[in-house]
Design a protein around this ligand. Structure first.
Ligand code: KMH
Ligand code: ZN
Length: 276
């Protein structure tokens, strides 16, 4: 089996310092957590930016600083920026960090209810984002909250905007999206064309069981405070603790963990390391 790629989703756009004191918010805090996660075994960091007051932002300059600090702290680590941002942001706002040519960027492949809101990704927006990502030679990660989003991404392949093989992230357990169940994960991974890779981001209590399943099924794993702030019921976690647990699980299950350089190979990220 391919080595296991662990992504640390450090901050997200939704969780707050009030909910957990472990949430990294400033560029320095984010870079320091990225280093702890890399040392623990993560090869990708999924990055969201926050303003000083903790509110989410897609401001290119804040991302520039985060990327610069992560590059200093964590040579080789794969930096994946969010183009999802927070619900309610305009597409123009959301797309800003792609212009910095990071290693990877997310591409949400459809609209979905998101708690009490709607995470809006109409076809034109998905196409515009895909074109912008490809134009900068950034590797996309297709965010899938619902089964039809795989078809949406494959439609972009048919249209010649994206090329196979693609890397997918199944985000399961968002209230409004597909549930965080074993059946959902198995269904989704079975829809992918040969050669595509996938990771799973289980939300809340789905994080740990879906991570274990992905290790066994040959997928990859995303953990972190963006998706889940608890180590176990009632006990808050830090990002690196969640990564460390996946590393231990992988060892018990006989799956080796990929280094950032190995993850670059698996995901066909052929840009020069640290190019952005
Ligand atoms: N914050 C969510 C609305 C992504 O990073 O690309 C969207 C999200 C997806 O987090
Ligand atoms: Zn995100």
């Amino acid at each position: 089996m391919e080595k296991l790629i662990i992504t640390a989703a450090l901050t997200g756009a939704e969780n707050t310092r009030e909910a957990t004191p472990h949430l990294p918010i400033t560029p320095r805090e984010i870079a320091a957590d990225a280093r702890r996660c890399m040392e623990a075994g993560a090869s990708i960091v999924h990055v969201h930016a926050r303003r000083e007051d903790g509110t989410p932002t897609q401001d290119k300059e804040v991302y520039r600083e985060i990327i610069h600090l992560i590059r200093q702290e964590c040579p080789g680590l794969i930096i994946q920026v969010s183009t999802g941002g927070a619900v309610g942001m305009t597409p123009e706002e959301r797309l800003q960090p792609v212009s910095l040519a990071p290693d990877m960027a997310t591409l949400s492949a459809g609209s979905v209810n998101f708690g009490n809101d709607v995470f809006l990704n109409p076809p034109q927006v998905i196409q515009t984002f895909a074109r912008a990502i490809v134009e900068k030679s950034v590797t996309p990660e297709i965010e899938v909250f619902e089964a039809g989003m795989i078809d949406n991404a494959l439609r972009l392949v048919k249209a010649g905007i994206l090329a196979l093989p693609l890397h997918f992230d199944f985000v399961l357990g968002v209230p409004g999206g597909m549930g965080g169940t074993p059946e959902a994960l198995i269904y989704l991974k079975n829809q992918l064309p040969p050669g595509c890779t996938w990771t799973v981001a289980g939300v809340g209590r789905a994080q740990l069981p879906l991570a274990a399943m992905a290790i066994i099924l040959g997928g990859h794993v995303r953990v972190g405070l963006e998706d889940n702030i608890y180590y176990r019921k009632g006990e808050l976690a830090a990002n690196a603790q969640l990564v460390e647990r996946v590393v231990r699980l992988a060892a018990e299950l006989g799956r080796q963990v990929a280094s950032p350089m190995e993850a670059r190979k698996i995901l066909n990220i052929d840009r020069e390391v640290g190019a952005c």
